[in-house]
Write a protein that binds this ligand. Sequence first.
Ligand code: NDP
Ligand code: ZN
Length: 365
Amino acid sequence: MKAIAVQRGSEGPTVVEKPRPTPNEGEALLRTLRVGVDGTDHEVIGGSHGGFPEGEDHVVLGHEAVAVVADANGTDLDEGDVVVPTVRRPPAEGTNDYFERGEPDMAPEGEYVERGIVGEHGYMAEFFTSPPEYLVSIPEDRWEVGFLVEPISITEKAMEHAYASRSAFEWTPESALVLGNRSLGLITLAMLEYGVDSDRSFAAHDFERTYCLGRRERPDPTVDIIDEIGATYVNSNETPLETVPETYESMDFVYEATGYAPHAFETVEALSPNGVGALLGIPDSWEFEVDGGRIHNELVLHNKALVGTVNSHVKHFEGAVDTLDELPDWLLADLVTTVATPDDVAPAFEYGDDQIKAVVEFDRL
Ligand code: NDP
Ligand code: ZN
């Protein structure tokens, strides 16, 4: 079968031939439909994040997948079910308390592998195998956008943690600012703006005013989407983050999806009293000067919180399935800028300003 992998020492992804996997007992065989590409994949390709499976000279990419059950192999799945796989799996040494509790997203480094990112092959292949407890069912008619469940689940988790940090008092947030206007930022902005209100979604909220900060000049396809969503675009060349409160307003909630390390600290200044910032970016090591005293003082005297959050698990995926249903069709269509096939995969990895979310389509339902 065809798989898309990064080989040790080579630049960029290539198509490789691999044997079709055979499911072990307790695993199903999945036929891949679509796999999305995000900033993390570009970090894996560039070598700044993630790692090869032990003893291997390549890693199959892909962690945002939608697939169909090809062989249930005695599990309680049904052949033909459309599913989305979660990303984390136990490390080679075996399971641990985080996995036993169903909270692998809270496991520290070394206590998990991540398919397509750290230490395990991903889903960018014609087939893959998985135990059913790591698969979340989606309605069949959502197969084309099912790969968005994983990135949405990232924000479901971030919202759960941000709200939990404000649960000790009556928090009535009105303003929200998303930093970053690529796929994670835009998906999150839409979630905040459209007020997803399902029982399972952790992104349920009531923001009256939403903003999205980027560094692009108009005209730009991502800014068009921000306009269409009804949020305010903040051009950081004119209004750097630290000046957002004086130019617009201070924010009850900030969601950082740039990976630009100074934003973590500037977020504290941009927050309103009692506000919370969720940090999602994964920057490289970078030394720079900050006024540590001022940040410390702001956090304490204004009851502010910063939460770092990574990955997500089954309950967040289930929330994300509901959320996906509440996002408008025009948005889902506009987010997907490239549908590539394994025969001509290069366009999926182009990362110009006109690329938002690329997908590799292995098969159709
Ligand atoms: P990108 O990393 O490509 O998106 C980054 C966005 O931030 C782009 O729109 C970029 O603008 C913008 N940006 C970067 N620096 C600045 C700056 N100084 N000022 C203004 N805007 C800036 O893709 P994703 O959306 O996929 O991911 C966002 C971040 O979240 C990444 O760091 C990624 O690693 C991380 N991530 C974290 C996850 C988690 O679980 N914690 C899960 C998924 C992703 P431009 O396009 O114009 O360059
Ligand atoms: Zn991702």
